[in-house]
Structure formats: C-alpha cells, structure tokens
Design a protein around this ligand. Structure first.
Ligand code: 1GP
Length: 243
C-alpha cells in the first residue's frame, strides 16, 4: 500500500481525509484503545504518531500497539530523529520550511537518512509550516524557530509555493498542538489556491464547525491531536462530515 498515492488520489478527487495524532507518551493505557476503536468506526484515514518531545523509550512498542488495534495506516510524524519505527506504513520526512533552523531544514535529515533507508519506510517529503497560534507551543519552542504570523497570508503562500518548488510532495500547515486558535480558513484557502500538492492542516481543531470550515477552505487532510485523546467522541462527529 502506497500511502502517498492514497493521499494524492483523494486530494485530486477532492475527497476529504482525517488523521488522528497519537502521542506515544500518552499511549499504553486503556485510553489509546478507546481512541483507536473510535477511529476505526469514524472513517479515520490515517493514524499519525509522534510528538515534539517524547519521554518514553518505547516508540516502537506504541506503533506495534496501534497496529494490533486497527488496520488504519500508521504515518510517522516525527518530532526528532529518535521517532522512527520500521513497523509504520510511511514517514513524513518533514522539513520545517517556515523556520530558519538548519537542523530542522536538513541537519536532522542527514542523521536520519541511513536509518530511514534501513527501516524500509515509505518516505513522504513534506514541507512543514508552523503558524503562530496565540501561545507558545511545544513545537515552536522545541524546534527553535519562529512561526509565521497568523495574519501574514502572503508569507504562508510564498513559503508553501517554495516548498512545492523544492520538491516536497505535500504541505503540512500546523498551528501546533494545543494551539489556542487553529489556522484561519482564509490562510488555508489562499495557500491551497497557490499550490498543486496535497495540504494537511492541524493544530487547535477541537470541533466539527472548525473542521468543516478548514475542509471547505481547501485542506485535504485534517489532523486531530489533543481533542482525539481528551474527548474521542469528537472524532466520530468530525468523521461523520466526510463519511
Ligand atoms: C498536529 O499539532 C497538531 O498537527 C495537533 O494539534 O493537539 O491541537 O489537535 P492539537
């Protein structure tokens, strides 16, 4: 199964998709089973796994646990080079193109490359764009980068265009986990109008109305993080918009 072809085909057909982000630190208990069970019946297309800072050393176990609970493809969304597992279906090889931290643009990728190759993972080069969200998020702090101001749509557009021109296969716009506000519909609409690759949007999506607005604005895949763990019933509500 080629994950990028699923993403790309859905984007071409304007079929909206949903991903749920699992933080491996919070997995392990009964909570993850409940979340995954709801994902299974809510039309969730992908499980993303990763986090800005992971304290437990059982990343691989977490992936295996998710795999044992469902057949939903698992896509790594790594916050660091330590978040690799050969048991996932694909890896978002994220280059943090909104930032100017060379380690996040290429340094970590050089370190990770041989391990990624050995793992035999499908690699999806992704231009990762952080957008300011009303508070200092973990990803902004840990990546040591400045996010794009949320009203500077032109900067977001040009960054996404440059990401596509550099050969990234998708653009991932993130307000960061626990964002006070999600990325605006207007910014998503204008970025989508200026690129021809799939657009993933995450950060601060906590209700169906927000999700609907972002999908309508042009997001191809929405990512639910905190809310999926704290209030998994919302996954069903959001999933029903596109099922
Ligand atoms: C994934 O950062 C998001 O892109 C997740 O954000 O935890 O706020 O849903 P939330």
């Amino acid at each position: 199964m080629n994950i990028f072809s699923l993403i790309s085909q859905a984007s071409k057909n304007n079929t909206k998709q949903l991903a749920v982000l699992i933080d491996p630190d919070k997995s392990g208990g009964k909570g993850i089973k409940k979340t995954i069970d709801i994902c299974d019946v809510s039309g969730v297309d992908y499980i993303f796994a990763g986090g800005s800072l992971i304290k437990s050393n059982s990343f691989d176990d977490c992936i295996l646990q998710i795999k044992a609970l469902c057949n939903i493809p698992i896509v790594l969304f790594p916050g660091s080079v330590m978040q690799l597992s050969p048991h996932a279906d694909a890896l978002l090889f994220l280059s943090l193109i909104s930032g100017r931290n060379p380690e996040m643009l290429i340094g970590n990728h050089v370190i990770a490359a041989p391990h990624v190759k050995n793992a035999g993972l499908e690699v999806i080069p992704a231009g990762y764009i952080l957008v300011e969200s009303g508070k200092l998020t973990s990803v902004v702090y840990m990546s040591n980068t400045t996010p794009i101001p949320n009203d500077k749509t032109d900067i977001a557009i040009c960054t996404a265009m440059a990401g596509e021109m550099l050969g990234h296969k998708l653009i991932y716009m993130d307000a960061g986990s626990g964002a006070q506000k999600s990325i605006s519909n207007d910014m998503v609409r204008q970025v989508k109008a200026n690129i021809s690759i799939p657009l993933v949007v995450g950060g601060g999506i906590r209700d169906a109305k927000t999700a609907e607005g972002l999908w309508e604005a042009g997001a191809d895949i929405l990512v639910l993080g905190n809310i999926a763990e704290n209030k998994p019933e919302i996954i069903k509500e959001i999933g029903s918009l596109i099922m």
